[in-house]
Design a protein around this ligand. Structure first.
Ligand code: GDP
Ligand code: MG
Length: 177
């Protein structure tokens, strides 16, 4: 930031949740490092990654938490949710089951997180249109009913990943600045 050193005005914690293999870690890799890998490992071992961006002339550090495989054992702990101001609730548009589990994730999230938490429902792998198993309409309807933001993304093609985080962070900014 010009002349501003690396002063951070806000730190916002955002969590990624959803079934295993829906693409959470690749969405994060795309957002934090602009990287993507087709054979990503289930466990990374890093609790969170950060990226600092400017929102309305303020420096906002997004601290994005990724589950390291706990989703398999339904063992996401309350520490994971603690202090989270935003969440990306991710399913895979080619895996119906990952969408059917969204209400459970939402319930768990709402049971643990800040009551003002900003939630974005994310249908990932939009590049695999030929294998689509969840219609955009169904997801949109669910999101409206539950008061969630909604976008379909592709971590592979870098579609809407930036948009998803920007929307959540800007909304958090409006609430907490
Ligand atoms: P996680 O378990 O939710 O963290 O899922 P990963 O990020 O590890 O991704 C699981 C698999 O899906 C990996 O093989 C990824 O390369 C792949 N994947 C992730 N995002 C996309 C995407 O947008 N499109 C496609 N085609 N594959 C993806
Ligand atoms: Mg992962």
């Amino acid at each position: 930031m010009a002349g501003g050193g690396d002063k951070v005005d806000y730190v916002f914690k955002v969590v990624l949740i959803g079934d295993s293999a829906v693409g959470k870690s690749q969405i994060l890799a795309r957002f934090a490092r602009n990287e993507f890998s087709l054979d990503s490992k289930a466990t990374i071992g890093v609790e969170f990654q950060t990226r600092t961006l400017v929102i309305e002339h303020k420096s906002v550090k997004a601290q994005i938490w990724d589950t390291a495989g706990q989703e398999r054992y339904r063992a996401v702990t309350s520490a994971y949710y603690r202090g989270a101001l935003g969440a990306l609730l991710v399913y895979d548009i080619t895996k119906r089951q990952s969408f059917d589990h969204i209400p459970r994730w939402l319930e768990e999230l709402r049971g643990h997180a800040d009551k003002n938490i900003v939630i974005m429902l994310v249908g990932n792998k939009s590049d695999l249109e030929d294998e689509r198993a969840v219609s955009t309409e169904d997801a949109k309807e669910f999101a409206e009913k539950e008061n969630l933001f909604f976008l379909e993304t592709s971590a592979l093609q870098a579609t809407n990943v930036e948009n998803a985080f920007q929307t959540v962070l800007t909304e958090i900014f409006k609430i907490h600045s």
